[in-house]
Design a protein around this ligand. Structure first.
Ligand SMILES: [Fe+2]
Length: 237
């Protein structure tokens, strides 16, 4: 398993270079604008919470890997609530009618964010907890990159508004950084797991596919944020 975790770390090095993260670090753009993709992220964030409750968690279990996954689901399943809270604080609550908001959740412009959870749900049906763990590890690593950068934007914004942004800011990042799966004894255990050649091959493939799904979702967030920027400019003109 150590080799798989190392491969995930390698893939992270490419992920961190995505244009969304450059966009979020561009201080010439209003920080609210840099987080204006928030509604587009809802299907991923809420879908992930639901997957924790109905798919990743398998109880009861005698399998130590599954036990760790179960713990993780209890640590992770409710974070979407902070996203909804931040959407309100970003002033986006009144920007759409209910029917338009419902439509957005199933729109073309949010489909890659929906696709992440479809992908995770589909591959979660592999009986082997090792493969379920791979899906969660990639989700953790990509989330860590994402929230490390949103945190800096949320802090800039907090200076202007005096409000705390629990999803994009320090609160979420702190929770992400203290997950049981990231604790030293858990990492030592995960690295020591022996896997068969067949599982190893499947795991490598899953890592690649999961990074692809998250990459496309990040690119979609960027396109959404830029679209908000353009429509604002048109309104001003
Ligand atoms: Fe989270």
């Amino acid at each position: 398993m150590k080799e798989i975790l190392k491969f995930i770390e390698q893939k992270k090095q490419d992920f961190v270079k995505l244009p969304l993260f450059k966009f979020m670090q561009d201080k010439s753009i209003d920080p609210k604008q840099r987080l204006s993709f928030a509604p587009c992220l809802v299907p991923l964030a809420m879908g992930f919470g639901e997957l924790c409750n109905i798919a990743f968690r398998q109880e009861p279990t005698t399998n130590k890997i599954q036990e760790l996954i179960n713990k993780h689901t209890y640590e992770e399943h409710f974070h979407w609530q902070w996203l909804l809270e931040d959407i309100g604080k970003l002033g986006l609550d009144d920007s759409l009618r209910l029917t338009d908001a419902i439509n957005l959740m199933w729109a073309e412009e949010t489909k890659k964010n929906r696709a992440v959870c479809s992908f995770l749900g589909q591959y979660n049906f592999h009986a082997d907890p090792v493969l379920r763990l791979v899906l969660i590890e990639v989700s953790e690593v990509t989330a860590n990159v994402f929230f490390s950068i949103t945190k800096t934007v949320a802090e800039e914004l907090q200076k202007n508004t005096g409000q705390e942004y629990r999803y994009f800011g320090m609160c979420h990042l702190n929770v992400e950084n203290t997950h049981t799966l990231g604790k030293k004894d858990a990492v030592v255990f995960l690295e020591s797991i022996e896997i068969t050649e067949e599982t190893r091959e499947k795991a490598f493939e899953l890592v690649k596919l999961a990074f692809e799904a998250y990459t496309e979702a990040m690119n979609e967030l960027l396109a959404y944020a830029k679209k908000q920027e353009n429509s604002k400019l048109l309104q001003v003109a």
